[in-house]
Design a protein around this ligand. Structure first.
Ligand code: VTB
Length: 340
């Protein structure tokens, strides 16, 4: 895209940068997919982070990482506060964009070749994504039919009844996704006691949340405590899908209390909706499948290149796209462009 200085003020993040952001998550997915099944979650993550960081260099924006790989001293790349984007020529101002990334959601899933690992980012105008600390977050996520029906302070049974009513089915028909963690023992018992069915997942409550907001993905809600950064990314996706979410940070140490306060969060016990977590009026959410999952096919490699599958959504312009890209490394072979 060629941009002259006089039109920069009118750049729309959703319309003008969507293609670039799709490219960013595609590059991360291709790089991490090369490590699939190698048993090295750290190498898989590193590959995604490096590829994503490099791809950002080509995006004409003055980006700031607001959800990233950690604080500056913990992460060499994509740390919170890191400026990302192409260098603007003299006299040209690129648009300011807040960026949330989870370069590889489900590093273990990728390392073991299990389904549902994805490379993810969201973007918004400055202030459009909550600057959340890297702590836990209690979450309930469901689809648009469950508008105003969730209450994070109410018993699990109440929420299940409420979801079942909204979806016009019985509690025993519901499928609830929960991260398989010892901290969820009571939650799992309560869901079982209420009669709902459960799908335990080893990782990836972000892709589970997206699936819950889409009809026909065989999951009706996600309950439990996962990462707060993943929570903000889930909220960005849910705003594009009109999904429903209630969430609360888990601030249980003095150190965390101070950190949360430093980040400008006045009430650590606040209950957030998707709109509170991702209040932007322009939001882009993009995720590419690394390993094949409920919504996205993983990366497939072949002699002349590879093929990726990406979910690219916008809030303001209300578009949900599935982008199927063939990336050619060389000239197509004598038989033409190969699609798989
Ligand atoms: C979840 C899950 C992630 O972290 O947020 C989880 O969605 C929470 O942390 O895929 P614990 O592993 O400590 O439970 C992941 O599993 C990894 O980022």
């Amino acid at each position: 895209m060629t941009v002259s200085p006089d039109v920069l003020g009118s750049i729309n993040i959703e319309k003008d940068l969507l293609g670039d952001f799709v490219h960013v998550v595609e590059r991360a997915a291709i790089a991490s997919a090369r490590t699939m099944g190698q048993g090295d979650a750290e190498a898989a993550d590193q590959a995604a982070v490096q590829a994503m960081r490099k791809a950002f260099e080509g995006v004409r924006m003055a980006g700031t990482i607001v959800i990233g790989e950690g604080e500056r001293d913990e992460a060499p790349m994509l740390y919170i506060g890191e400026p990302v984007g192409a260098a603007a020529p003299e006299g040209v101002k690129f648009p300011r964009v807040d960026i949330a990334v989870d370069p590889l959601e489900g590093t273990n899933l990728c390392a073991t070749g299990a389904p549902n690992s994805i490379c993810v980012m969201a973007a918004s105008e400055p202030g459009g994504l909550l600057h959340a600390p890297d702590c836990y977050m209690d979450k309930i996520v469901a689809g648009p039919a469950c508008r105003d029906a969730l209450d994070i302070e109410a018993p699990v049974k109440y929420n299940l009844k409420s979801i079942a009513k909204c979806l016009d089915r019985r509690v025993t028909d519901l499928v609830i996704m929960v991260l398989d963690r010892p901290r969820h023992q009571d939650l799992i018992s309560e869901i079982r006691a209420a009669g709902a069915r459960i799908r335990l997942i080893t990782d990836g409550d972000l892709s589970a949340g997206i699936a819950a907001a889409v009809r026909g993905a065989a999951v009706h809600a996600v309950f439990g405590t996962g990462g707060a950064p993943e929570g903000v990314l889930t909220a960005a996706a849910l705003r594009c899908l009109s999904g429903e979410m209630v969430a609360r940070l888990v601030v249980n140490t003095k150190q965390l209390e101070e950190r949360v306060e430093k980040m400008g969060i006045k009430d650590p016990k606040r209950i957030y909706s998707a709109k509170d977590l991702a209040p932007g009026s322009q939001i882009v959410f993009a995720a590419t499948g690394v390993t094949t999952g409920a919504l996205l096919t993983g990366v497939r490699f072949f002699a002349e290149g590879c093929r990726t599958h990406t979910l690219a959504m916008t809030y303001g312009t209300k578009q949900v796209r599935f982008v199927d890209t063939v990336h050619m490394t060389d000239e197509p072979g004598p038989k033409g462009v190969r699609l798989y």
